[in-house]
Design a binder for this molecule. Structure first.
Ligand SMILES: *Cc1c(COP(=O)(O)O)cnc(C)c1O
Length: 389
């Protein structure tokens, strides 16, 4: 039996099979998206919306309005939603905002930075990679030096929280440097948006990218870009791709209130509900505090099992924590995964290049009790495997 399970019975049971399936306990996802969502958020998906319907257009508009508000972006910034996972929005933002002859500096300390470099390669936009260690925050002085050394660099693409190790990069200080050197800053804030404080009125950022299925605790399927209006206006004709042309999406939406192409209607409805729950919880400060508590509880309990964090506490974001794999011949991640999964929790493999690790997420509709129980499940499994006494 899972130690902790959420069972969800939809009000509309279509047939026995669906009813049986939905009554099965769902595991707690300790992953950085998709993540555990509330029953309310799941229930918001039980209505079918017509994409031409005025009420659906209003839903989209209200979601975009709230998203800009969360980072204090009115009236300088606009929100452009995009169908797809977060990466689609990252690729859409880079392809739309970086002109074809642009050159992008990428401070690099993990896999999501590497993904940006790959995207720029596909787009044929020149990239300059500034390598950091995976346990080292992006360094504002090094970024400034790189910008001074190369006046051709037009943009900086920064990952705010590098979800691969869980490190937090100093967004505000880097934004100051980029603005001082008069370049444009594009930020992948996928795993930090709505959890860590970001204020666009005091931190100069041209575009901020996130998605429905991360710290807003919606379901996956919609990315969004919060971009300076003047930069969007200037971006016509940059995009290499019709489906990922954010300028075209923005212009069409302003004209019609509708999405170009089929919108992810149920995702938008779930996100509306998730935003209402976010506000009711107390907004970014309260959400960040809950994740901080989750992270503290997780790290403390894991340390009592003798497990070590990869990052030092001062650079650890309260989003996802990387742990060194136990140094024991019996240890095997897939065995740990299965043992913990049987007890109702889903872990995440490591994503570092050199050393063996695994990760535990702190985000989603979960609290510190869930994290505490997850660590008990990890301890029990490691003892069963003979990895620890
Ligand atoms: C989740 C995430 C993305 C997007 O990944 P998808 O698999 O496309 O959802 C991008 N950047 C960061 C930092 C992320 O955490």
């Amino acid at each position: 039996m899972p130690l902790h399970s959420v069972s969800f019975v939809p009000p509309l049971c279509l047939d026995n099979v669906i009813e049986k399936k939905s009554q099965m306990s769902t595991p707690i996802l300790l992953t950085p998206g998709p993540l555990t969502t509330s029953v309310k958020t799941k229930e918001a998906m039980l209505i079918d919306w017509g994409s031409w319907d005025q009420s659906f257009n209003q839903l989209t508009a209200s979601v975009c309005e709230d998203i800009v508000q969360i980072v204090n972006g009115h009236p300088s910034h606009v929100c452009i939603p995009l169908q797809g996972s977060g990466t689609f929005a990252v690729e859409g933002a880079l392809g739309t905002l970086v002109p074809r002859d642009g050159k992008v500096l990428v401070p690099h300390n993990g896999a999501y930075c590497q993904r940006i470099v790959r995207i720029l390669g596909y787009l044929g936009r020149e990239a300059v990679v500034l390598i950091h260690g995976e346990d080292e925050p992006a360094n504002p002085e090094r970024i400034q030096k790189a910008l001074l050394a190369d006046p051709q660099i037009s943009h900086v693409a920064l990952v705010h929280c590098e979800t691969s190790a869980g490190i937090q990069n100093p967004l505000h200080n880097i934004a100051q440097v980029v603005a001082k050197e008069n370049r444009s800053l594009i930020v992948d804030a996928m795993s930090s948006f709505a959890a860590l404080p970001i204020d666009l009125s005091t931190t100069p950022i041209d575009a901020l990218i996130a998605a429905s299925g991360k710290c807003l605790e919606g379901v996956p399927g919609m990315g969004f870009v919060i971009a300076r209006k003047d930069k969007m206006q200037a971006a016509q004709g940059n995009a290499h791709s019709l489906a990922l042309d954010l300028h075209d999406q923005w212009v069409y939406m302003q004209k019609t209130g509708q999405w170009r192409f089929t919108p992810p209607t149920h995702v938008v409805a779930a996100l509306r509900s998730a935003l209402d729950q976010f506000h009711a919880e107390g907004g970014q400060a309260a959400r960040g505090a809950r994740y901080q508590e989750n992270c503290k509880t997780l790290v403390a309990a894991m340390r009592t099992l003798g497990l070590r964090t990869f990052l030092s506490d001062d650079v650890q974001a309260p989003i996802i924590v990387t742990f060194h794999a136990p140094d024991h011949p019996n240890y095997d991640f897939s065995e740990l995964y299965l043992g913990v999964r049987e007890q109702g929790f889903v872990l995440y493999p490591g994503k570092l290049t050199q050393i063996e690790t695994f990760r535990v997420g702190c985000i989603g509709a979960i609290d510190s009790k869930d994290l505490f129980n997850a660590v008990q499940a990890i301890g029990k499994t490691l003892r069963a495997l003979g990895v620890s006494a």
